[in-house]
Design a protein around this ligand. Structure first.
Ligand code: PDD
Length: 332
């Protein structure tokens, strides 16, 4: 048996060691995959895009007719308590996982009435991408999208995602990029972006994809960097002829795909749009406003943002110029 992480979790009102948490075998999350979930990044002890994740959790609950067991304040309190009492913090980057299942009832497909949802949450270290993956990009394979048509619900019924992901594992690839009827949808557990002639294209927000929290973020990063952004159906040919292909998710942030089905994507290296979006993402993580294109003199005179530790990874994909007063303790 693989060792279980030794972290703290929340289960139905109690905080316990993950290894001690117990639920009934009749929990409908276990029996039917009858539940929904969220994965929220935590950077330096701060929840990233929490309101957006909470809004999606609320939407998913409504879609599957599970009553929302908590107010937004209670949800934040649960996540914050896990962060505060997190003993396994190694890198300062974690994820909070939240799951709500319909609850415990005798096995019957029909939705039982009047039962209490099971609420589970845990915190885990965020597994950062390797420096090699950041520098060289990752390999992906394509596969048929054999999943259901309610992909916009972040459901714990993930067997089709597990099967799709395994296709990529067996091919030695990072992700399976899914095609339905000749059009790109998403990957087994991430969204996919196609870059062509400097434009970023993504699949429409519909039932065939899970709208990642990074959809909105990538759209605003593109806007800030003056990169045209469009959501529309993307054909298999457009995917295969892309200049760049990117993945995004809570855990991958934005990640360049450099090989698809063993063929190079573009020139086979992470491209300039990836570098811009990745840099923007790192700024967003630090809560640093992204420089606007048409900064006014008033903005230039504004007080400088508080000093923050840099999160840019080395080796870096782009040259970095460090400016500011000379500091003796500066470590390159
Ligand atoms: N997966 N599409 C699918 C099918 C996903 O499972 C995910 C996330 C995404 C990206 O969504 P977001 O940007 O909100 O993370 C898209 C999570 C990380 C998971 O299941 O672990």
């Amino acid at each position: 048996m693989q060792a279980l992480p030794d972290t703290l979790c929340y289960l139905n009102g109690d905080y316990t060691a993950l290894q001690d948490a117990r639920i009934s075998v009749l929990d409908r999350g276990f029996i039917f995959g009858d539940g929904i979930y969220e994965v929220i990044p935590v950077y330096q002890g701060r929840l990233f895009r929490f309101d957006e994740h909470l809004a999606r959790l609320t939407r998913s609950l409504a879609e599957v007719q599970i009553p929302n067991p908590h107010t937004p304040e209670q949800w934040r309190q649960i996540a914050d308590t896990l962060i505060e009492r997190n003993t396994a913090r190694a890198t300062g980057e974690d994820t909070v996982y939240i799951q709500v299942s319909r609850g415990v009832a005798p096995r019957d497909h029909a939705m039982p009435q009047g039962i209490t949802p099971t609420v589970f949450a845990m915190i885990n270290p965020l597994k950062a991408q390797s420096a090699a993956a950041r520098e060289n990009g990752v390999a992906c394979v394509t596969a048929e999208d054999f999943r259901w048509k309610k992909g916009h619900i972040k459901s714990t019924s993930l067997l089709s995602a597990v099967l799709a992901r395994q296709i990529s594992v067996e091919a030695g690839a990072t992700e399976a990029i899914l095609l339905r009827d000749g059009y790109l949808t998403e990957a087994s557990s991430s969204n996919v972006w196609v870059v062509k002639d400097g434009r970023v294209l993504g699949a429409p927000r519909d039932g065939l994809v899970l709208e990642g929290i990074r959809y909105g973020l990538i759209e605003s990063l593109c806007k800030e960097a003056n990169i045209p952004f469009e959501l529309r159906r993307i054909s298999e040919a457009e995917l295969r002829n892309a200049d760049e292909v990117l993945l995004s998710s809570a855990t991958k942030e934005v990640l360049a795909v450099s090989r698809l089905d063993e063929q190079p994507v573009g020139n086979g290296h992470p491209g300039p749009v990836y570098a811009q979006l990745y840099a923007g993402y790192q700024r967003a993580k630090q809560g640093t406003p992204t420089p606007t294109v048409d900064a006014t003199p008033a903005a230039t005179n504004a007080a400088p943002p508080p000093a923050q530790e840099s999160l840019i990874e080395f080796p870096s994909l782009f040259p970095i110029k460090v400016m500011g007063p000379k500091v003796d303790g500066f470590v390159e």
